[in-house]
Write a protein that binds this ligand. Structure first.
Ligand SMILES: N[C@@H](CCC(=O)N[C@@H](CS)C(=O)NCC(=O)O)C(=O)O
Length: 214
């Protein structure tokens, strides 16, 4: 049984969206940071970093949203959500997966860290113009890469569309301007998928603090 530890709305949405695209059964536990769930002995035993998302598949415990999406796609090859390893499509796919996390997401995450996520004494003021410039540069690269195509890789929807769309949604939700119409249309199209509606409806169960990893 697949178990997702996460929370709405965070990067765990990427994994939950992937699970809904696959239409597989899964349990979804909500990790409540303010209630101290992430500091519990059980959660630390599955992810010492105390972060979400975490996916458990039997004995296997995986962190990092991109790696989890790759695992889910590769272990369901008929879904087409991850191109075949070793193919040219996979190389392009990996390129955009990495781009989503290291280029498009990076300025958004850096802004969030220096606004509220880091302990106060480590927050640096005045980064906004730099981060705005970095985000705009990444959005420009993505806009050119997408062009007038429906999906970022080939002719079908992949996990890379999930990561990129989630990150564009993050930008919009934090009032980061996106001026490229093809990116706005791309995000709207992907967010209209039935899997997203199912994800939004399913908010998960309370985190089982007393559990022990077995
Ligand atoms: N690179 C990781 C980032 C994970 C991450 O930072 N998750 C946030 C929620 S979106 C979190 O758990 N934050 C709690 C913390 O930093 O203590 C991924 O993509 O999974």
């Amino acid at each position: 049984m697949l178990i997702l530890y996460g929370r709405f709305p965070t990067r765990s949405n990427r994994v939950q969206w992937a699970l809904e695209e696959l239409e597989v059964e899964y349990t979804f536990y909500q990790v409540d940071f303010s209630a101290g769930d992430a500091d519990s002995a059980f959660f630390r035993s599955i992810n010492p970093a105390g972060k979400i998302p975490v996916l458990q598949d039997g004995e296997l415990v995986i962190t990092e949203s991109g790696a989890i999406c790759n695992y889910l796609g590769d272990s369901h090859p008929d879904s087409g959500l991850t191109p075949r390893p070793g193919s040219a499509a996979r190389a392009r796919y990996d390129q955009w997966m990495n781009f989503a996390m290291t280029e498009l997401e990076q300025p958004l995450w850096t802004r969030a860290k220096h606004k509220f996520a880091l302990p106060r004494k480590y927050r640096v003021p005045g980064l906004d113009p730099t981060l705005e410039w970095e985000f705009q540069r990444a959005a420009g690269v993505l806009s050119e890469g997408l062009g007038d195509r429906e999906f970022i890789v080939g002719e079908t929807f992949t996990m890379a569309d999930i990561l990129l769309t989630h990150t564009l949604g993050w930008a919009k939700a934090t009032d980061q301007a996106i001026s490229q119409q093809n990116l706005l249309d791309y995000a709207d199209r992907n967010l209209a998928r039935p899997a997203v509606a199912r994800m939004v409806k399913r908010r998960g169960e309370p985190f089982p603090r007393d559990r022990v990893l077995n």
